[in-house]
Design a protein around this ligand. Structure first.
Ligand code: UDP
Length: 234
C-alpha cells in the first residue's frame, strides 16, 4: 500500500524541545529507522514535512513587519530545509530518497512532477514532498491531504510530537482531555477537534481519504489497529 506520512517540523526537534533547538539527532535517526521498518514491511512511503521547528508564516508576521505571503514563503523554505535534512538521514541509512519541491530550486532538489514521484515510489524510493503546495495561506496539513490524494495513498498518517492520537483537547495542557479511538471527519469539523487543519480534514472527507493520528514514536506500527486514532472520511 502507498502510505503518506505527515511529519510536523516540531517532530524533528524531539519531545524535550529547548527554545533554540531545531533538530534532535537521536529523534531524526529514530524517525528514519521507523519509516524504513514500515517500508520493509512492504509499503511505498512518501512524506510531507512541515516547517514549524523553524518558521510558521502566521508566527513570523507577529514578529516582523512583513506581509503574510512573504512569511508563508519563508515557512515553505523552512520545509525544504527540513526535507534536505531528512533526505541525508535516510540516505546515510541506505534508503534511497528524493526531495520533491512545489517550488522549483533545481540546484538542490527536484520540482514536483506527480508521475515522476510515482515512479520513485514504485522503485522503492522514499519521496519527501517539500514547500507545501507552493502557495501562501496554506499549511502542510492541506499539502499532505492533497499529495496523498494525488499519489492515491491508501492512508494518511499524521505523526504527532508527544501525542499518541486524537483527544478531545490538548492532553499536554488539558488533563481532562480524553482519547478518541475512532471518529469521522464530520465530527472532527463539527467539534473543532485539533487533529489537523480544518481545510485539510474537509478535503480528506470530500475525497474519501482515511486519516490516522499517531505518535511520531509509533511510526513503525502505524497500521496496527491498537495504535493511534482513526478519522474516517464520513
Ligand atoms: N506554508 C504555506 N503553504 C503551504 C504549506 C506551508 O504557506 O502549502 C507555510 C505556512 O506559513 C506554514 C509554514 O509554511 O506555517 C510551515 O508549515 P506548517 O506550519 O504546516 O508546518 P508544521 O506545523 O507542520 O511543522
Amino acid at each position: 500500500m502507498k502510505i503518506l506520512i505527515k511529519l510536523s517540523g516540531e517532530s524533528l526537534s524531539g519531545s524535550n524541545r529547548e527554545p533554540s533547538r531545531e533538530y534532535d539527532e537521536p529523534t531524526l535517526s529514530n524517525i528514519v529507522e521507523q519509516i524504513r521498518s514500515l517500508q520493509q514491511s512492504g509499503h511505498q512511503i512518501a512524506l510531507v514535512v512541515g516547517g514549524g521547528n523553524l518558521f510558521r508564516g502566521h508566527q513570523l508576521t507577529g514578529k516582523l513587519s512583513i506581509e503574510r505571503p512573504t512569511a508563508d514563503y519563508i515557512g515553505m523554505l523552512a520545509t525544504v530545509q527540513n526535507a534536505l535534512v531528512l533526505r541525508d538521514y535516510f540516505e546515510s541509512k541506505g534508503v534511497e530518497t528524493r526531495v520533491s519541491s512545489a517550488i522549483s530550486m533545481p540546484q538542490i532538489c527536484e520540482g514536483y512532477i506527480p508521475k515522476r514521484t510515482l515512479r520513485h515510489m514504485n522503485k522503492g524510493r522514499v519521496v519527501i514532498f517539500a514547500a507545501g503546495l507552493g502557495v501562501p495561506y496554506f499549511t502542510t496539513d492541506s499539502s499532505a491531504v492533497q499529495r496523498a490524494l494525488e499519489m492515491k495513498a491508501g492512508i494518511l498518517i499524521m505523526a504527532k510530537n508527544g501525542v499518541n492520537g486524537l483527544y478531545t483537547g490538548d492532553p499536554r495542557i488539558d488533563s481532562g482531555a480524553t482519547f478518541i479511538k475512532e471518529t469521522t471527519a464530520s465530527e472532527v469539523l463539527e467539534k473543532n477537534l485539533k487533529a489537523a487543519d480544518q481545510s485539510a480534514v474537509a478535503l480528506a472527507k470530500e475525497h474519501g481519504l482515511l486519516i490516522k493520528i499517531i505518535a511520531v514514536s509509533d511510526i513503525a506500527q502505524a497500521l496496527d489497529i491498537n495504535i493511534g486514532s482513526v478519522i474516517k472520511p464520513e
